[in-house]
Design a protein around this ligand. Sequence first.
Ligand SMILES: [Mn+2]
Length: 399
Amino acid sequence: MLFNRVLQRLPKPKSGTRSHHPNPFDPQTTRGWKAAVKEAALPTTVHDAEVARGLEIGLPGASSIEDKTIPTFSRGELPHFAGINTFMKAPFVEDVREVGGFDATVIGVPFDGGCTYRAGTRFGPQGIRRISALYTPYNYEMGIDLREQMSLCDAGDVFTIPANLEKSFDQISNAVAHVAATGSFPIILGGDHSIGFPTVRGLASVTSKRIGIIHVDRHADIQEKDLDERMHTTPYFHATNLPNVRPENLVQIGIGGWQVPRAAVGNMVERRTNIFTMDDIEQLGIEKVAEMALERAWDGCDAVYMSYDIDSIEAAFVPGTGWPEPGGLLPREALKLVGLVAKEGLCGMEVVEVSPPYDHADITSLMALRIVVDALGSMVSHGTMGDHKKIIDKPFVPF
Ligand SMILES: [Mn+2]
């Protein structure tokens, strides 16, 4: 009512004209309408096969059930609150030698031995998997359906060793190297950020090509040691020592606040990494930053890896993390950035630092899930899913 009264007091436009949008307004020009129309072009083949399989192995539903696609035992996507909680209800591949049959493989890394404040990221993979039950594989705005357009499996978790960073690192590198060598795209759910070194080391071991890294974080994570060990403050010192990962191709986005150790800053300068603060993002805009980041990460490289630390997002949105820092990315900025980075293709990705014991209503886990599916969605919609296979030219050699 108040709004109407305000409108009445405004000067009347010339009859039949409007200044703020075309007149007459064609509702079929909105992105919303265009996205809605795209849905009909998507296949339902895999969905239909999933329903048929559900009826076969889960038994047809009781006679009183009118919807004949509903089985007795929940199998597949529905209902969202039921079922065994793999990532997005993707098949659990118990025999990890079979992951090569899937475009992408989820690898849980339940490890928080590198955490220097709040622990709990050992529960990160399960937190993200739990809330992933909420999602459908279809994204309305992108006009894509992951179930129809790519295949995904969940390989379960790496057997980490809680009290030993180095043994855990070797286990993690083994897991990532194995999955990457099969040609499946590795999606790593951390775990604290100390895993950022062994994940890249695993990937780098199965290729002779150069890898750039886009590292989104509030923290620099490039000290040589912290508390006398390779803690979650150190991965990019060690990753950029790998022969095919150069610091010039490390792009660090969102760094800032009161938790960046001075010991890390000297290393950033000495190694000439590429650093964008929140101020840079505000000045340049997220699209420009993504463009510059891609230019630096891809320069002289054959592939780019994305390491996404959930604490890069404004602390209010991600309470379930080890070192929350206000003033970070807004969720919409974060998702925009991830979409833009992923559309050029990735050779692997990780999302780290989700600590469910400190979370509320699963919101931090949900944000991490969204980072993963938006990256996959962007690669699928830009036709770059599968590009990672091009760089795999060395066999898996166990660590
Ligand atoms: Mn961080």
